[in-house]
Design a protein around this ligand. Structure first.
Ligand SMILES: Cc1ncc(COP(=O)(O)O)c(C=O)c1O
Length: 348
């Protein structure tokens, strides 16, 4: 494994904390497994999030290629776009973001931060238009005398995914310190770079847990295929031969709700539950749906009380500020596993 030979531009503040969520466990009652939260919402760059790990490798590559401007794409509330803009600011590069307004374009949450860190933002109508602009952006900027480094959706290239191969070593060390070997690691999956990198790391470092992706768009079939291909390419980049069959990749598409970037009642409940029990903030588009998946698996008995499980908090906090009133509305679904009187009261 040639991980340490890849150039890395430091963006992380250090290893992110691994915290046991005892208040959450208590609120779920006696059927709860031991739940650990790996706090990648605290990666240390511009309100944190998973993309910082990918960007350490992508920015190093951009600098090695003497790029002057990082270019990437996403929806208006894209966490990836915000972190790319922040990484560019830290590395002394310019940044151009092509963002689609399919879920609105109010200057709040991530979009506000994009502007504050000095990114140039081009907002287009929809995803299709965004793809068209991205197809020609490299030529356009080069014709203008610039040296662009174009990062595809979510930074999910083999180089980006390498950031999550390294993550597995960090997590294994922390699990050893607390003497746990969890059954599964839960995470929100979208462009699949995070999950693909973790799959490679799990094999390379013989981790004991299964990786359980919870999709925020797409279908299990297409996402599992995409992950297995990306994982193989990531392993190849690191000079290791690994073969993945898409049937081995666990990614569940049952928690997406009405679509990408749209909240679900279970997700909004999960946001309120984590905020009230652990003072940890999830976001409606990603981490809340992953937590809804984990809670559902606890409810259905797929995870048992003597198991331990890790929830990878991939970040997304700033988009909470774009949700205002909707987050304060009454809960829609029942997360409780036991009758209310047997649960530990949650103090507000
Ligand atoms: C908060 C958050 N969680 C999870 C993901 C999914 O990561 P990936 O695109 O690597 O699957 C993203 C991607 O943008 C994200 O912003």
């Amino acid at each position: 494994m040639h991980l340490s030979m890849l150039p890395r531009y430091p963006l992380l503040a250090g290893p992110t904390p691994l915290q046991r969520a005892t208040n959450l466990e208590a609120s779920l009652g006696s059927r709860s497994p031991r739940i650990y939260i790996k706090r990648d919402d605290l990666t240390g760059l511009a309100f944190g999030g998973n993309k910082a790990r990918k960007l350490e490798y992508l920015v190093a590559d951009a600098l090695a290629r003497r790029a002057t401007v990082l270019v990437t794409e996403g929806a208006v509330q894209s966490n990836h776009a915000r972190l790319t803009a922040a990484a560019a600011a830290r590395a002394g590069l310019e940044c151009l973001l092509i963002l689609d307004a399919r879920n609105g374009e109010a200057v709040e949450g991530n979009l506000l931060l994009d502007h504050l860190v000095g990114a140039e933002v081009r907002i287009v109508r929809d995803q299709l238009t965004r793809k068209k602009v991205m197809a020609t952006i490299d030529d356009e900027l080069r014709a203008d005398g610039q040296h662009p480094y174009v990062i595809p959706t979510g930074g999910s290239t083999p180089l980006g995914a390498a950031g999550y191969v390294a993550f597995v070593l960090e997590l294994i060390n922390q699990l050893q310190e607390v003497g746990e070997s969890p059954r599964r690691l839960y995470l929100a999956s979208s462009s699949m770079g995070t999950q693909a990198g973790i799959e490679v790391g799990v094999r390379a470092f013989s981790a004991s847990f299964l990786v359980q992706g919870i999709a925020v768009s797409g279908t299990t079939y297409e996402l599992a295929r995409q992950t297995s291909e990306l994982a193989e390419a990531t392993a190849t980049l690191l000079h290791t031969r690994q073969r993945f069959h898409f049937g081995e990749i666990l990614v569940e598409d049952g928690f997406i709700g009405p679509g990408y970037g749209k909240a679900t009642p279970e997700g909004l409940d999960a946001i309120r539950l984590l905020a009230r029990t652990e003072a940890i903030f999830l976001d409606p588009a990603y981490s809340a749906k992953a937590m809804a998946g984990l809670l559902h698996h606890i409810q259905t008995g797929e995870l048992r009380p003597n198991d331990s499980v890790v929830f990878l908090h991939t970040g997304g906090g700033p988009s909470v500020f774009a949700w205002g009133e909707r987050l304060l509305a009454e809960p829609q679904s029942a997360i409780a596993l036991e009758p209310a009187d047997t649960r530990v009261p949650v103090t507000r």
